[in-house]
Design a protein around this ligand. Structure first.
Ligand SMILES: NC(=O)c1ccc[n+]([C@@H]2O[C@H](COP(=O)([O-])OP(=O)(O)OC[C@H]3O[C@@H](n4cnc5c(N)ncnc54)[C@H](OP(=O)(O)O)[C@@H]3O)[C@@H](O)[C@H]2O)c1
Length: 341
């Protein structure tokens, strides 16, 4: 049976999820049938057709009846409704709402979608702790149950780093560590300085600055890996690139090791337990080489360092848009299959 999806908030992640679906085998089971976004239909069609980061859409896109876009024969109804009351999810028979506005994070927000007729809600970001599950695909998606209704897909950063931390902890035992996210610019930053956000740093030009921003990554990791509770801290820096981010992680370990052993352990994790979500490379690559790539994280083995045989540094690249968008589809596909068994 087809899974009927609505996207609430058709920005970078909403658009990436739709594009990803048309390049994914999940298209056989998942259909995006509705979009709710504050912008107008022409602009929505235009930004689906042309994308500075991911290129032109490979299939024809047309506007139909002044209220839908048609992609390769699929009609997607477009709504322009602000707020969560009165969304047309019953009429559209929505199985899953992808909540991608970045504005709503609570269980009661998700329940509003369900009251409007949706069966389930998947947040495209870390939600409040009282949601049914926070899932990092490849790590804990098998903990999903048919009765779960409100789920978070965690963050792009959590998806990238949790498999790496888990692999290192399993092999060497992590005692403590720091995580530095080096993240591409996002739409919550202005192009040049502007009044914009309650966070003063986010008033500053995304094009001209590296901007430290708040991050809840350490808490996000703890939620997925309780063994890391109290052991990690994190900072984040936005940088003037449009997509692809990196995570610079330094951990102290209980055992003793060297860079070769660390790389062997991570390569093995990417080949076995985390196949498909974690990759490993030692090629001399730069960030744009990871644009439009599928793994949640790719370890750059050429940058692995060990100091005094207990302090380990690992660099992980990730496409913060594309990989995450594909994980939204992976989680939905797995979750929905549980309803059918
Ligand atoms: N971008 C990434 O790399 C990334 C990766 C993983 C997770 N995420 C998370 O995903 C969420 C969305 O991020 P994004 O980068 O896609 O942001 P974005 O580009 O700003 O997209 C959000 C979209 O939602 C629309 N919107 C806001 N309020 C709405 C409402 N009430 N109803 C309908 N549409 C509404 C916005 O319209 P206006 O612009 O008109 O307000 C905008 O088009 C955030 O929580 C973010 O942390 C982002």
């Amino acid at each position: 049976m087809t899974i009927r999806v609505a996207i609430n908030g058709y920005g970078r992640i909403g658009q990436s999820v739709l594009r990803a679906l048309y390049e994914s085998p999940h298209r056989e089971r998942i259909s995006i049938v509705a979009i709710n976004e504050l912008s107008d239909l022409d602009t929505i069609a235009y930004l689906t057709r042309y994308d500075t980061t991911h290129g032109r859409f490979p299939l024809p896109i047309a506007i139909r009846d002044g209220q839908s876009i048609e992609i390769d024969g699929d009609l997607i109804k477009v709504y322009r409704r602000e707020g969560l009351d009165n969304l047309p999810w019953a009429r559209e028979k929505i199985d899953v709402v992808f909540e991608c506005t970045g504005v709503y994070s609570s269980r009661s927000d998700a329940e509003a979608h369900i009251s409007s007729g949706a069966q389930r809600v998947l947040f495209s970001h870390p939600a409040h702790a009282d949601v049914d599950k926070t899932i990092v695909y490849g790590v804990n998606h098998t903990s999903l149950e048919a009765g779960d209704r409100i789920v978070s897909n965690a963050s792009c950063t959590t998806n990238a780093i949790v498999p790496v931390i888990d692999a290192l902890d399993t092999c060497f035992g992590i005692e403590a560590g720091t995580l530095t996210t080096i993240h591409s610019a996002m739409n919550d930053q202005p192009t040049i300085d502007a009044y914009h956000h309650t966070d003063l740093r986010r008033t500053r030009s995304a094009m001209q600055n590296m901007v430290p921003v708040d991050t809840a990554l350490a808490k996000g990791v703890e939620r997925l890996l309780p063994s890391m509770r109290g052991k990690l801290s994190a900072v984040a820096m936005r940088v003037p690139t449009v997509n692809v981010s990196a995570l610079d992680m330094t951990v102290s370990i209980r055992g003793r090791t060297d860079a070769k052993m660390v790389n062997e352990a991570l390569k093995e994790a990417a080949r076995t337990r985390y196949e498909g979500v974690l990759a490993f490379t030692e090629e001399p690559l730069a960030s744009s080489d990871f644009n439009h790539t599928l793994p949640s994280g790719t370890i750059d083995g050429s940058q692995t360092r060990v100091s005094g045989d207990q302090l380990v540094k690992v660099l992980t690249w990730f496409d913060n848009e594309w990989a995450f968008a594909n994980r939204m589809l992976d989680v939905t596909n797995f979750w929905h299959a549980l309803q059918e068994t």
